[in-house]
Design a protein around this ligand. Structure first.
Ligand SMILES: *Cc1c(COP(=O)(O)O)cnc(C)c1O
Length: 356
């Protein structure tokens, strides 16, 4: 049986799945994970939480994950409360629920590219039409042009990624505010990398009180070093969360996931302690790459986009042959490296010097 022989939805024909290569190499710097694993004491607490939960696994989980949402609200601050916070299996599931509730057949979602490739994929997965807006040469968003594009297309959902993946670019809340004012529907600010932003970069959370159609999404996959746990969340007006309750699968967040995420939040000081190391390593990487004569995008995230290589695949391949996996993503001629430990970044520098 071949895929094309199946009676699959017409709008899925010919598409390719999301696919960052999962290649087993010594230095993996391609999916923006936090390179620091949990400490022994965190592992012990996680194991204890799982042991404690295990005795009750004959029962369904708390369908509304209230205790976890309370902890997430406390972490976010900004006077947020349980009814303004929602969680799911990774921010990708959060985004999918947003599309299910506010997108769908006959509706449109718009993003400003280059940006996170999952936004158009989740959009088309929910039979929503994707409209591609453009970023500027420096990867920022020009608010006048964005407002004009929104007025032209009237999208039901607008995606803004800040700091942006794969470019690292953060948006000023004044730009986001103008877009929210112009947008006829929902505006999603994907803040997966917010904790890595340079000091003083405000979160779009500051705009929530005045903008009930704004949704800010976060994840524990990056700064919290919990990619394997699959926990993403959002903050929004309580009515938005009521809308998501209509489409979420019952008991979508397992008892074990909820327990693990709460333990991670209790250890937030330790987990977020690695963020400062990674930010310093990022800034050093930007400087080193520029010193090599390369073009580098300013980054507020835990990765750096650099170029420009007429044959970027050859550079990616050369790095791989030297045991360093980076990402062929973003505009042609650019490559992205996730920030690893000091040792991994030394391997990255040596491999790049050997390749170029
Ligand atoms: C990594 C990433 C996510 C995180 O997805 P999870 O499902 O939470 O692991 C979300 N948005 C962007 C822009 C990302 O790069």
């Amino acid at each position: 049986m071949k895929l094309e022989d199946l009676p699959i939805r017409d709008d899925l024909r010919g598409r390719t799945p999301y696919g960052a290569p999962q290649i087993d190499v010594p230095v993996r710097l391609n999916t923006n994970e936090n390179p620091y694993g949990p400490s022994a004491s965190l592992v012990t607490d996680l194991a204890e939480a799982v042991r404690h939960s295990a005795a009750g696994l004959n029962r369904y989980p708390d369908r509304d994950a209230v205790a976890l949402r309370q902890d997430l609200a406390a972490y976010l601050g900004h006077d947020l409360t349980t009814e303004k916070v929602w969680a799911a299996n990774g921010s990708n599931e959060v985004l999918q629920q947003i599309l299910q509730a506010f997108g769908g057949h006959g509706r449109t979602a718009m993003g400003f590219e280059p940006s996170y490739s999952m936004h158009p994929i989740i959009t088309s997965g929910s039979s929503t039409e994707w409209i591609s807006g453009a970023r500027e040469e420096d990867f920022g968003i020009d608010p006048d042009k964005a407002v004009a594009a929104i007025e032209e297309h009237r999208p039901d959902i607008v995606f803004l990624t800040s700091p942006n993946n794969p470019t690292g670019t953060a948006l000023d809340p004044s730009v986001i505010a103008r877009i929210v004012q112009a947008a006829p529907g929902m505006v999603v600010v994907d803040e997966a990398y917010f904790e890595f932003a340079r000091t003083g970069t405000p979160s779009a959370l500051v705009l929530l009180p005045d903008n009930p159609r704004l949704i800010v999404t976060r994840t524990m996959s990056k700064a919290f070093a919990m990619a394997g746990t699959r926990l993403g969340y959002l903050a929004a007006d309580p009515a938005v969360i009521e809308a998501l309750l209509l489409v979420r699968l019952p008991y979508h967040l397992s008892t074990l996931t909820q327990a693990a995420a709460r333990v991670a939040l209790a250890h937030q000081t330790e987990l977020l302690g690695t963020v400062d190391l990674l930010r310093a390593e990022r800034d050093a990487t930007v400087e080193w790459l520029r010193g090599e004569g390369l073009t580098v995008a300013d980054s507020d995230a835990n990765f750096v986009l650099f170029g420009r290589f007429p044959d970027r695949h050859a550079v990616w391949q050369g790095m791989l042959e030297r045991g360093v996996l980076i990402r062929e993503v973003g505009p042609p001629e650019w490559l992205r490296v996730s920030i690893g430990t000091a040792k991994e970044m030394a391997a990255f520098r040596a491999a790049l010097e050997g390749t170029l």
